[in-house]
Design a protein around this ligand. Structure first.
Ligand SMILES: [Fe+2]
Length: 269
């Protein structure tokens, strides 16, 4: 029998995110993938992914999965969340990017030399809130829309304390961002979009969202997953000093496939 996704679809389209209950397909995928990810995180050749005095392993695209999420001889990524993406969003899960393995440890974030005081404070006080797809270019970190992606699919790999560096999202921010970007790009030829500097508009959008949208921390167990709309402002909360470290930290795999064109990124649901 087909699963009824109507309540989850309503939440996803209204708030910009939803989480999925534990699923056998996802549990299988996690149990197969976890030993591989531990090897990746602990390997000397990946030590350059450590940030903030070893409190965050950023691990962008480090997972060695194929386009359907298979790691070595493991299962493809398949479960309630992929069914939702395919049948409700009408988006693909068979052209996945290489997964990001993001691992936080106790004390995140600690200051990092390569970062300004203001950027560090933003990480500490505003969860480093950002929109994926807007690249920061040059020393001035001017923002351009350069990486259209379909969605953010998050798979926790280990159990970790609920308040230890959870993913955070600003609910309904996807509507604000979509409307504002549509206003900006509507009058501009599409082949010029990637050269439009949207830094100021982006900063104003973030400010408006901080003032008007509800900040929600999402923390679920392995086997469960969550999906975040590509237009949602999101980030990562600090690991409170009162929570001790855990053996594997807070380890999450994210997929953000660049599987839609820029027009669909802006206008589709
Ligand atoms: Fe992100």
């Amino acid at each position: 029998m087909k699963q009824d996704f109507s309540a989850l679809a309503k939440q996803y389209f209204t708030l910009g995110w939803c989480s999925f209950p534990s699923d056998e397909g996802i549990r299988n995928w996690v149990s197969h993938t976890l030993p591989v990810t531990k090897g990746i995180v602990n390997s000397a050749e990946n030590s350059h992914w450590m940030r903030y005095q070893n409190t965050w392993f950023a691990g962008v695209n480090v997972l060695t999965n194929d386009a359907e999420g298979r790691v070595t001889d493991g299962p493809r990524l398949q479960g309630n969340i992929t069914e939702f993406i395919n049948n409700i969003l009408h988006l693909k899960t068979d052209n996945l990017d290489k997964g990001q393995i993001s691992v936080c440890f106790a004390g995140y974030p600690k200051p990092m030399q390569a970062e300004t005081e203001a950027t560090f404070r933003y990480r500490l006080n505003r969860d480093a809130a950002h929109l994926d797809g807007l690249l920061a270019v040059g020393l001035q970190r001017r923002r351009y829309l350069r990486e259209p992606h379909s969605y953010i699919l998050a798979i926790p790999l280990v159990e970790s304390p609920k308040d230890a560096a959870p993913f955070v999202v600003w609910e309904k921010s996807h509507e604000i961002i979509k409307q504002e970007f549509q206003k900006i790009y509507n009058s501009i030829r599409q082949d010029q979009w990637h050269d439009i500097d949207v830094t100021q508009a982006y900063q104003e959008m973030r400010k408006h969202i901080f003032e008007h949208c509800r900040r929600v921390a999402i923390s679920v167990s392995p086997g469960e997953t969550y999906l975040v709309h590509r237009h949602c402002l999101h980030g990562m909360a600090p690991w409170p000093k009162t929570i001790p470290n855990t053996a594997d930290g807070r380890m999450i795999c994210y997929f953000r496939p660049h599987s839609i064109d820029i027009q669909s990124w802006l206008f589709d649901n």
